[in-house]
Design a protein around this ligand. Structure first.
Ligand code: BTN
Length: 270
């Protein structure tokens, strides 16, 4: 984002906390790493963004491809204090916040914008955005970095070949209707995120469940999951979400239901 984009972001920012202090970098290893390094001094709501990441990180130790000037790579710092029960569902609340923020910018033009548990955003069944939440303890209080990557301008042939069958971007889906640049998308997403996080910190997952469940593509479906303790994969029916956001599944072959927390789940075709 150039100086004009950053000015546009400031003009469109409606948040009270998120993004009011902002560091933007043309290139960084990872915005999450920079935010973690800044954690001790940064105010609540501080934002780190970059035009490019050279070591972008995804969930479960994966990398996040982050070419220059195409997409959004950003991390915000949160200081929620002493966490309430159910804090594990933070990532789900972030997914809802991004979803609501994107709908605020593009409305119905986006079509079906879904959440794949725990927190991927899917547009037309393909991955549009990913979220990486990381926390550190300071005494009894927790400090959190919420990182998100949203595919904005990338065309299909710009994705790594192994992602071309499963990824998408706003530009691919909206075409010329995209019109809005990354600064406006970021301002909208921060607004959605702030609203949703306020609800989450006040009421836990109960405060966001109503906006999560109807859009969660795995609920009621057959999914492949790893058995607890890193066991073999089983096909199970995703029955529901516990109070802390864990996914409760029941093996299709019978047996006790069990909880899945922050793992990979794969949808199984009916
Ligand atoms: C995933 O789906 O695996 C999560 C991807 C998270 C990517 C974002 S991009 C901005 C922030 N910085 C990182 O290094 N990762 C997150």
């Amino acid at each position: 984002m150039d100086d004009d984009d950053l000015e546009r972001l400031r003009e469109h920012l409606t948040t009270r906390r998120l993004g009011r202090v902002h560091e933007h970098h043309p290139s960084l290893g990872s915005t999450n790493d920079r935010a973690l390094a800044w954690l001790a001094n940064a105010p609540d709501g501080a934002l780190v963004s970059a035009d490019q990441q050279t070591a972008g990180r995804g969930r479960l130790g994966r990398s996040w491809s982050s070419p220059a000037g195409r997409d959004l790579y950003a991390s915000v710092i949160l200081r929620p204090g002493v966490p309430a029960a159910g804090f594990g569902a933070l990532a789900l609340a972030v997914g809802v916040g991004l979803r609501e923020g994107l709908l605020g910018v593009f409305g119905g033009a986006l079509g079906e914008l879904a959440l794949k548990w725990p927190n991927d955003l899917l547009l037309g069944g393909r991955k549009l955005a990913g979220i990486l939440c990381e926390s550190r303890w300071r005494g009894r209080e927790v400090e959190v970095v919420v990182g998100f990557g949203i595919n904005v301008h990338r065309q299909l042939d710009e994705f790594d070949p192994e992602l071309r069958g499963s990824a998408t971007s706003l530009a691919i889906v909206l075409g010329p209707e995209l019109r809005r640049g990354r600064a406006i998308v970021l301002a909208g997403v921060l607004a959605g995120l702030e609203r949703e996080l306020e609800r989450f910190f006040a009421a836990g997952f109960a405060g966001v469940r109503a906006r999560y469940e109807p859009h969660c593509v795995v609920l009621g479906r057959a999914v492949e999951v790893e058995q607890p303790g890193g066991g073999r994969r089983v096909v199970a029916i995703a029955e529901g979400l516990d109070e802390d956001g864990a996914l409760r599944v029941r093996p299709r072959s019978g047996g006790e239901s069990f909880r899945v927390q922050s793992a990979d789940v794969w949808l199984v075709e009916p």
